[in-house]
Design a protein around this ligand. Sequence first.
Ligand code: AG3
Ligand code: MN
Ligand code: MN
Length: 293
Amino acid sequence: MRLVFGEQDTPYEAARVVVLPVPYDLSLSFLPGARRGPEAILLASRELEPFLLELGIAPEEAGIHAAEPVPWVAGSAEESHRLIREAALAHLQAGKFLVALGGDHSITHPLVLAHREALGEFSLLHIDAHADLYPEWQGSPYSHASPFHRLLLEGFPLVQVGIRAMDRDSLRLARERGVALFPAHRLHREGLPLKEILAALGKRVYISFDFDALDPSLMPSVGTPLPGGLSYRQAVDLLEAVFAEKEVVGMDFVELSPNGQFHAEMTAAQLVYHAIGLKALKAGWLAPEGEHS
Ligand SMILES: N=C(N)NCCCCNCCCN
Ligand SMILES: [Mn+2]
Ligand SMILES: [Mn+2]
């Protein structure tokens, strides 16, 4: 049975939003399981309330279609990434707003390249516990610890929020390349520097959300959990500010590794659904209702 997002799957032609399952997880460095992340999010999404009280809309009414999962090639990261890029490009060329569900963070590289090929230039908002700026990790440049090294060297402006793990060389590279870095400890001490984050981003933004950006108390189902993460409220407030002021051209949510803690899967699904609602409001696909919004 094909899994869908939420209760109402919109036929492809009528859908504005395509949720793209990308269960590739061969680039993980520690705990396994991210390949089951997309399915877990889709299953949990069925339990969400379609109407979002905070936004005053039901994002599903914008038309959400869950695409077939992107296959992978077990012995080849390059081939797997080519399949991801081709699948994403096809949906983008069909005019869809793409929400990719990982899978490990290495998938962001082919996804971003597909978005640039289809939509032109934009900056990256990377929300994560990890900077993922290693040139390679465990012998591979296709590691989930490396996507933003490659994207940075390929010319994408980068803003990183929630980081609480990076090595000295990555910090040096970030400074040399003008990465706008907003580490987690600063967010906790000073609050979300929303104006600074927005000022660091361009008009058009691709958002890559690694679920381990959230605190493990809230999101224990990730491959490399670290303490001192973002609260759900901080994540939502950040996304709301970005969607309100920027054109979000696409997004991915990665690194959920289901481990039986269903509250984590519900958290993941709710955040994805909320982000889709923010896109629907900004794009004018839906209008809020009542004073609750
Ligand atoms: N989720 C990630 N992006 N993880 C990246 C891990 C990179 C190595 N840090 C730990 C070094 C251990 N000695
Ligand atoms: Mn990551
Ligand atoms: Mn991470």
